[in-house]
Write a protein that binds this ligand. Structure first.
Ligand code: AMP
Length: 582
């Protein structure tokens, strides 16, 4: 097909921003396009050469393009730069320069879309020594044979400045109309896009097999599935209202979402925005097949940075140390990670998107063999606000951000946000006005990672009336790597074999300490608790106070004695005050 068929349509599209008109022009173009090159047209109208996840970048620098224009038009670089400064758009500048040129020379052969596409693709792969000169050669050869109008668009694609406003939605409308004669089928087009992230491929299937092709459109390994997203809820109550019956509560980890495609030795990792991020995580590529008991599959997981000593989760930002090309080996050692699986979308050649959450989770549990590096995200079945609160607190205490609540009988809706997944994050709406100073009385090892350091600490207030240390909370968040190392050193000298008799606790911790070290902690709220002993019976029989979402502030109060810690009366006052204002 002549490239001018495309450039004429692009010219028309440039003149409008109305979605209906854009769709109409696109439909006309698609109908004129032979099936074999339909995907190429779909990419080019969006200013691309391949679907985003293939990471093909043109991104040619303006300077280089100017050199190419100078070569093919026989005009000095200075003249092009001057015109460009006046005009503001390099594509238009070139088009004008070439118009002057064509008045004097006789144009060469017509240029085909296939040739433009293949040449641009070659340019995108050129690298290293001599590649600049080769790029200039390719660009000027295209410009030599292109008309001024065609050149304008070739340059816009090369420079990445094509802004026609043809959003994916418009392209999908046009595909449905052009190949099925009805916008009604738009949803089928969208479904196919959601499971392939590749409108080029969708257009090929449509052009060749029409609706039938769409109905049979399959997930394929190494083409990412657009991720299912969650709606936000503000409270446990709202969650229960939105989801009737039982549902799954999974920890919401604070890391990077990854879609893992695996077959034999081949592993490709896609980010949430479907960028190929395999190169940042060679450790996943190396180790993940030990975990996955399947011939092939597509999995979703959260990559989380961990403290090398304790195995505790670290905040998302720590993962950014992996976003580098050089000295990645060092980053892998310094910033270890775990891979935490939460879904399976494809297994041994079968697509699982239409399976219920329940079935997928069971399948996932069968396929994943947990080890130090790879885990399943903890999940419990819940059906009331108290259950949700409990899991939420455990999740926060393990260094997570909150919960993902998932409807048990819902299938995986690729690319859509809806009520079948809800996210409930820690809220500090009801922040305590004050921080508390609490005594470390015990500790727990990180779940399943007994690498020798303390994960979560058990904290107490000081009750001067009874000269005792009643517990008030467990805390597992707010610790930096440094804090954890430092605390480990200090606390190692305070380990005792049995609970100190002055400590009042109904919780059995993994390790007990002499009640000596004081830490500063903040929390979102004080709640009544049947478990903790601070202020027992003060408000209600057999009930004490607990801190909701406690967080270490980073301050180790070495200057304080345990007997200087906050007392139950202080906590009680904060509790009453919070209920007055809250
Ligand atoms: P948000 O980015 O706040 O919209 O929350 C959704 C994100 O939470 C997902 O994209 C995942 O990266 C992350 N996430 C953490 N834990 C889970 C989980 N158990 N299930 C699904 N997504 C999770």
């Amino acid at each position: 097909m002549k490239f001018s068929v495309l450039s004429d349509s692009l010219e028309k599209m440039e003149k409008t921003s109305k979605r209906l008109e854009l769709t109409g022009i696109l439909v006309e173009l698609l109908k004129k396009t032979p099936n074999e090159i339909i995907a190429k047209v779909i990419y080019l109208i969006q200013g691309k050469l391949k679907p985003n996840f293939e990471g093909v970048e043109l991104g040619i620098a303006e300077k280089l393009v100017i050199r190419a224009i100078s070569k093919s038009a026989g005009v000095t670089i200075k003249k092009i730069e001057d015109d460009y400064n006046d005009g503001g758009d390099l594509g238009i500048t070139v088009s004008n320069i070439l118009k002057q040129k064509t008045q004097t020379t006789f144009s060469a052969e017509t240029i085909t879309l296939e040739r433009v596409y293949e040449t641009l693709l070659k340019i995108s792969t050129l690298q290293g020594k001599g590649s600049q000169d080769m790029k200039i050669k390719y660009i000027s050869s295209l410009l030599n044979d292109a008309t001024p109008e065609e050149s304008k668009f070739i340059l816009k694609i090369l420079l990445g400045t094509m802004r026609l406003g043809v959003a994916e939605n418009t392209v999908m409308d046009a595909l449905a109309i052009a190949f099925t004669n009805s916008k009604e089928n738009r949803e089928l087009v969208e479904n196919a896009y959601n499971v392939s992230s590749d409108l080029g491929k969708v257009s090929e299937v449509l052009a060749q097999d029409g609706l039938d092709g769409l109905l049979k459109f399959n997930v394929s390994l190494f083409s990412p599935i657009r991720p299912m997203l969650a709606d936000r809820v503000k409270s446990e109550e709202e969650a229960v209202k939105r989801i009737e019956n039982e549902f799954a509560a999974e920890y919401k980890l604070d890391g990077e979402r990854v879609q893992i495609h695996i077959q034999d030795d081949k592993v490709i990792l896609f980010s949430r925005s479907l960028e190929n991020i395999t190169n940042y995580y060679p450790d996943i590529v190396e180790k993940i097949s030990d975990t996955i008991n399947a011939d092939n599959g597509i999995f979703e997981a959260e990559i989380v940075a961990i403290n090398a000593n304790t195995g505790n989760f670290l905040p998302f930002q720590e993962l950014m140390h992996r976003r580098r090309k050089h000295k990645l080996d060092q980053a892998i050692t310094n910033y270890p990670i775990t891979v935490n699986f939460f879904d399976i979308l494809y297994h041994n050649g079968n697509e699982l998107l239409n399976y219920s959450y329940n079935e997928r989770r069971k399948n996932l549990e069968d396929v994943i063999k947990e080890n130090e590096f790879a885990k399943l995200i903890p999940m419990s079945i819940v059906n009331n606000t108290t259950d949700i609160s409990d899991v939420l607190e455990n999740s926060i205490n393990s260094g997570c951000e909150g919960l993902m609540l998932k409807v048990l009988n819902a299938n995986y809706r690729a690319g859509s946000r809806g009520s079948n997944w809800l996210k409930l994050k820690r809220e500090y709406q009801n922040e305590l006005g004050d921080s508390l100073d609490l005594v470390v009385v015990g500790a727990f090892f990180g779940r399943g990672r007994r690498t020798g350091k303390y994960g979560t600490l058990l904290l107490s207030t000081y009750d001067s009336e009874n000269d005792s240390f009643p517990t008030i909370c467990k805390v597992g968040t707010g610790f930096t790597d440094e804090n954890l190392d430092q605390l480990f050193q200090i606390l190692s000298n305070k380990v005792i074999l049995k609970k100190n008799p002055r400590v009042e606790s109904s919780i059995e911790s993994d390790i007990w300490f002499e009640p000596e070290l004081v830490l500063e902690v903040v929390a979102s709220e004080i709640t009544l608790s049947p478990i903790h002993k601070t202020g027992l019976n003060l408000i209600r029989k057999d009930t004490g106070f607990a801190l909701r979402f406690p967080k270490f502030t980073g301050k180790i109060r070495t200057e304080k004695l345990a007997e200087d810690a906050s007392c139950p009366e202080e906590v009680s006052a904060l509790y009453k005050n919070q209920n007055k204002t809250g």
